[in-house]
Design a protein around this ligand. Structure first.
Ligand code: MG
Length: 179
């Protein structure tokens, strides 16, 4: 069974720091988690992440007006330490038969997911060693990403993006079947 997923992350050119992950399988089961451990001050200095990713995270608005700063609400039920997210992700993947991982421009997503378990050699049994790319499947069918359905809402919220990945895959399935 295919599992469609998306991650949001802080990429500084050396490391990929997971912010959030969303996963949905073909039966509609979902997982959404936000890391309690990403570097919040680095994200606050990152204009694109502040504009596009931060607003959909569970945020505690600062109570001190302009003197304070907004922070991740670590008491929110979707926020977990990385080790717990690793267990949740492994359980989710292992609970489907013959799991395949799919994402959109998937290379960085795969690294963000795999590094939950440490170095590549630590990837647990039952977790696929690569993530298939919806962009590659589109190319195989003579399409470009612009030919795929466009996402209406929730851009850069990992679970909304994961659901959209599933929708794009279903569109590609129909084209591959010829209708
Ligand atoms: Mg995304």
């Amino acid at each position: 069974m295919r599992i469609f997923y998306d991650t949001e992350f802080l990429d500084d050119g050396r490391t990929i720091d997971l912010i959030s992950i969303g996963m949905v399988d073909e039966d509609g089961r979902e997982l959404y988690a936000v890391s309690s451990e990403f570097d919040q001050s680095a994200v606050r200095r990152h204009g694109w992440l502040m504009a596009n990713v931060w607003p959909s995270l569970p945020i505690l608005r600062n109570p001190h007006g302009t003197r304070g700063i907004d922070r991740l609400d670590v008491t929110d039920p979707v926020v977990h330490p990385r080790a717990q997210i690793a267990r949740m992700v492994a359980d989710f993947i292992r609970s489907v038969p013959d799991p395949q991982l799919w994402a959109f421009y998937s290379a960085y997503d795969h690294v963000a997911l795999a590094q939950l378990f440490g170095p590549m050699s630590n990837l647990p049994a039952g977790i696929p060693m690569q993530t298939d790319d919806l962009v590659t499947e589109a190319k195989r069918l003579g399409l470009t990403p612009a030919d795929l359905p466009q996402q209406e809402a929730g851009h850069h919220n990992a679970i909304a993006d994961a659901r959209h990945n599933r929708d794009m895959a279903r569109h590609l399935d129909r084209i591959a079947r010829g209708y």
